[in-house]
Ligand binder design. Structure first.
Ligand SMILES: NC(=O)c1ccc[n+]([C@@H]2O[C@H](COP(=O)([O-])OP(=O)(O)OC[C@H]3O[C@@H](n4cnc5c(N)ncnc54)[C@H](O)[C@@H]3O)[C@@H](O)[C@H]2O)c1
Length: 662
């Protein structure tokens, strides 16, 4: 077995699980302190992660984010080669012990199989000079409450719960790849970590968020279990030390000798919030198995020069201040704050929801198996079964293993919606139902009552019932409520923002949509997605904007914002998962004109294709209601999903390339 000591300087680091808690602190530290290192941050953006955790690094030239799964061998092999990776810091894992008592296969898939894929990629590509595997103190199993001697690194691994068993399993593979193939590995086993960016299913942020709301803090069992806690910045420093000074082939505990019981933690949280602990602490039944204590020997890492810096009181105060300043960092996490959260949002197959950052494809071996809807914890109730968007959404859910049912009730009928909700028990409701008019919006001019019934009364009723039932409503709305004006001139690149008030009510359809959007602003449980001139890869669909204009006798030629459904509908599912709320311009960035699209149509589909333009005045003679033309500013959506393609690139990628005939 080879070992390598002395100072190590990495060049290009692949950091897995980077949008999670600990790894985000490590990433942000390395990016700041070592501008010469390139960090490729890989994360599948599971329920417990947030790109916001990486905001301090986002604009750094030495930082790159890739959304993807470590279990995708193709992706990992590609990244190692394309990014010339020489170092891996492997944090990605399913980490919540409570969840592992439920769906433990997800833990095996991510923690063992995922690690195996990484190791195999190292073996095949033969370029890794240092592989830091992040494990946990829990692999040692329970420490005797009487002993003063912490587990040294040479102790036997005796995990007691499914989470720690998968972490120990992954460690075994790491050891084997070190022995069999000489992979230069280092393993760390850490005590509990706390601080900003931690998903609130974990003890300390959960207690803080509950205390912020003045609610009771639930303690599993009698609260006598003890844990050792380290502040996240100290742990990030520990990884800095291991990266540069660790000896390959070795294991390092990252620990502290200071211990506190769960009850102590709850009392300390009550204290900093000025709450009466006796009143606020409640004892609930324990989880299936709960180790009494994990006690580490922390000397080996200290010999490399690391020590804990942040006293508990100071760390807890900084954590409390951060959560108080950022109460909505995680969106609606009420489910995670339950004493025993029962429906963890894990296990969604991202293959079909894949939202790709930086243009990387996330491949996944078929045999890794995607989560079933049940496993994902998601269940959608979708209105608009016979509509275009509603139909596509159902297909995406099917492909992505998300459970869903279509609503049977009529939107205007409160009791029928309630019945749907009772029957389906959804986690989220999608509204893709609405009157848009057939063959076009002119129909609404002569069917005003029907239009009001669905678009106004129906949508508001649905939003109201969802509010009453504590459900997030993803509402497909329209961006056709704006028209270019003096402050948003055509071609200026200045688009309408989410906060702008609608300025186009030329058609009755737009009028109803604008009114409803205004009224929905007061519903905090609604996410309004302003879709515009939807486009899809199905060129036979008469609703497709490309199909429409390629069949018209004459077309105007005006740049507009548009929505490529093949790219953006998966994003809407991801937004539901992230609990996005409020108004969103739901279009691809930039504008595209009718002629731009028809030129692409000619180049990709039919070289003989010809068309004739006419101006707005002439167009007005053949339509009943005026149409809106505008640019929407898509930067809010782009900030949330940095890999969003511009409208032209998206049309080429999703529509014309797959349909190419020339
Ligand atoms: N938090 C602690 O107290 C603690 C203590 C000791 C060890 N650890 C270990 O440290 C590591 C990080 O823990 P954390 O608390 O920051 O976890 P976390 O749950 O906050 O983050 C885990 C991250 O991994 C990502 N991820 C999960 N499966 C993935 C996959 N298959 N492909 C790509 N990304 C994936 C998630 O999206 C998430 O961003 C884990 O390996 C954990 O076992 C944590």
């Amino acid at each position: 077995m080879s070992t390598q000591s002395g100072a190590y300087t990495p060049k290009n680091i692949l950091l897995t699980g980077a949008a999670g808690f600990i790894a985000s602190h490590v990433t942000n530290r390395l990016i700041k302190n070592y501008p010469n290192y390139k960090i490729v941050a890989l994360d599948k953006l599971d329920y417990c992660s947030s790109l916001k955790n990486l905001l301090p690094s986002h604009s750094s030239p030495n930082f790159k984010f890739v959304k993807g799964d470590i279990a995708s061998a193709d992706l990992v092999n590609y990244l190692l080669i394309a990014e010339d990776i020489d170092t891996i810091m492997h944090f990605a894992a399913q980490t919540h012990v409570d969840n592992s008592f439920g769906n433990s296969f997800e833990f095996t898939n991510n923690n063992i199989y995922g690690t195996h894929v990484l190791l195999e990629a190292c073996k095949v590509t033969r370029r890794i000079k240092r592989f830091i595997h992040v494990s946990t103190d829990e692999v040692y199993g329970e420490t005797d409450i009487e002993t003063d001697i912490g587990n040294p690194e040479a102790s036997q691994l005796l995990p007691t719960n499914p989470y720690s068993a998968t972490k120990a399993g992954a460690e075994m593979l790491v050891m084997a790849y070190h022995r069999s193939y000489g992979l230069p590995t280092i393993t760390t086993r850490g005590n509990n970590v706390y601080g900003p960016n931690q998903f609130p299913e974990k003890l300390i942020p959960k207690f803080i968020l509950l205390a912020m709301k003045g609610e009771q803090l639930p303690i599993h069992g009698d609260g006598s279990n003890v844990r050792s806690y380290l502040y996240c910045e100290d742990v990030a420093e520990a990884f800095d030390v291991v990266l540069h000074k660790g000896v390959t082939g070795h294991v390092y505990n990252i620990g502290t000798q200071k211990e506190r019981s769960v009850l102590d933690v709850a009392e300390d949280v009550c204290k900093i919030f000025g709450l009466d602990a006796k009143e606020k602490i409640k004892f609930v039944h324990d989880r299936p198995f709960n180790d009494k204590r994990y006690f580490l020997d922390d000397q080996k890492l200290k010999k490399l020069g690391w020590d804990e810096r942040t006293p508990w009181e100071e760390g807890l105060k900084m954590t409390m201040e951060w959560y108080t300043k950022n109460p909505h960092w995680w969106g609606d996490v009420s489910g995670a704050l339950h004493p025993h959260p029962s429906t963890p949002v894990i296990g969604i197959s991202h293959d079909n929801l894949c939202f790709l950052q930086c243009g990387y494809e996330t491949g996944r071996n078929d045999d890794t198996g995607g989560g079933s809807g049940g496993a994902s914890g998601l269940k959608f109730l979708i209105y608009g079964r016979t509509g275009w968007i509603g139909g596509l959404l159902g297909g995406l859910c099917k492909d992505g293993g998300i459970e869903f049912e279509y609503g049977r009730g009529r939107l205007q009928d409160r009791s029928s919606i309630l019945e749907d909700i009772r029957r389906v028990k959804p986690t989220h409701v999608f509204n893709a139902a609405g009157v848009t008019g057939r063959p076009n919006v002119d129909w609404c001019e002569s069917h005003k009552v029907e239009t009001i019934g669905t678009n106004v009364v129906g949508t508001l009723t649905l939003a109201d019932v969802c509010k009453e039932q504590g459900l997030l409503l993803m509402n497909f709305a329209t961006g056709c409520i704006f028209e270019y004006d003096g402050e948003h001139l055509e071609g200026s690149g200045i688009g309408f923002k989410e906060e702008d008030k609608p300025n186009f009510t030329g058609s009755f359809y737009s009028k109803t949509k604008a009114m409803v959007e205004e009224l929905l602003r007061d519903y905090e449980n609604v996410c309004t997605l302003r879709v515009r001139m939807p486009i899809s890869s199905d060129l036979s669909n008469p609703r497709n904007f490309i199909t429409k204009i390629s069949r018209y006798n004459k077309v105007v030629n005006i740049p507009n914002s548009m929505t490529v459904l093949d790219e953006l509908l998966p994003v809407s599912i991801e937004m539901a998962k992230r609990n996005c709320r409020g108004i969103w311009n739901f279009t691809n960035p930039g504008v595209v004109s009718h002629n731009d699209i028809l030129e692409m149509y000619r180049d990709y589909i039919d070289p003989e294709f010809k068309w004739v333009n006419f101006d707005l005045e002439e167009q007005a003679k053949v339509i009943v209601a005026p149409r809106s033309n505008n640019e929407l500013d898509a930067s809010k959506l782009q900030n949330e999903f940095p890999g969003l393609l511009s409208i032209k690139d998206s049309i080429i990628k999703y529509v014309f390339e797959p349909n190419k005939k020339t």
